[in-house]
Design a protein around this ligand. Sequence first.
Ligand code: MF3
Ligand code: CO
Ligand code: CO
Length: 265
Amino acid sequence: MDQSRITKEGIRIHAPEDFAGMRKAGALAAQILDEVGDLVAPGATTGALDEFITRRVEELGATSATIGYRGYQHASCISVNHVVCHGIPGDKVLKDGDILNIDVTVILHGWFGDSSRMYAAGRASLKAQRLLQVTHDALMKGIEAVRPGATFGDIGAAIQTYAEERRMSVVRDFCGHGIGRVFHAPPNVLHFGRPGKGAVLEEGMFFTIEPMINLGRPETKVLADDWTAVTRDKSLSAQFEHSIGVTADGCEIFTPSEKFFPQMD
Ligand code: MF3
Ligand code: CO
Ligand code: CO
């Protein structure tokens, strides 16, 4: 029997056996993010990191979800310093102290695994290190709010409260998303909000949480390449992303790794 159904908000409730597919796809995304971390160093180009990711996705028997997605040409997004998300890999050379997000989405046996994390090239400044710590911990606060009966507003509020209490700001212009046998599905998972608001979480929902946190103001703009999103005030921005599934008593992280954080030297 197909136990999948769709809620009134358009959110798919997956069957228990669907968790296995997401676990494998998520583990593969996490493995590639583990491996590419060894190549992050001053002097490396973002294009070289992306070429490695492209090759590993193929060698591991998966497909890139981003190559060909809405015209995007690469297996990763690499967002350096004040780039918020959707940075396009290319000939940019990393320099000592740069912080960067690498975001990889793979398709394995039809299931999508989407994760991103932060790295530092050489030695990040103390304020950059603090941004990474707070952004990582904000994601984990959001994940801790996930259980059947909680709401998407509870997740957003947990993230927003944590970041703003530390005088950092939450990007409003991009959000997490439902995931599964498709890349981006309902709902929009906002990283800000009010407790008790939004759709109620149910066992079997699969989605990402991927907060972007800025040291300065939250506003972003998209560059002329139509992809690269940057902070308007040029302040540093960080992001961590996990794909998760709601379980009977909480959630399963599909993209875990001991190296998820920290990646500092
Ligand atoms: N992986 C990103 C996300 O977290 C989406 C990247 S789409 C791309 O949803 F086309 F820019 F690669
Ligand atoms: Co995502
Ligand atoms: Co992603």
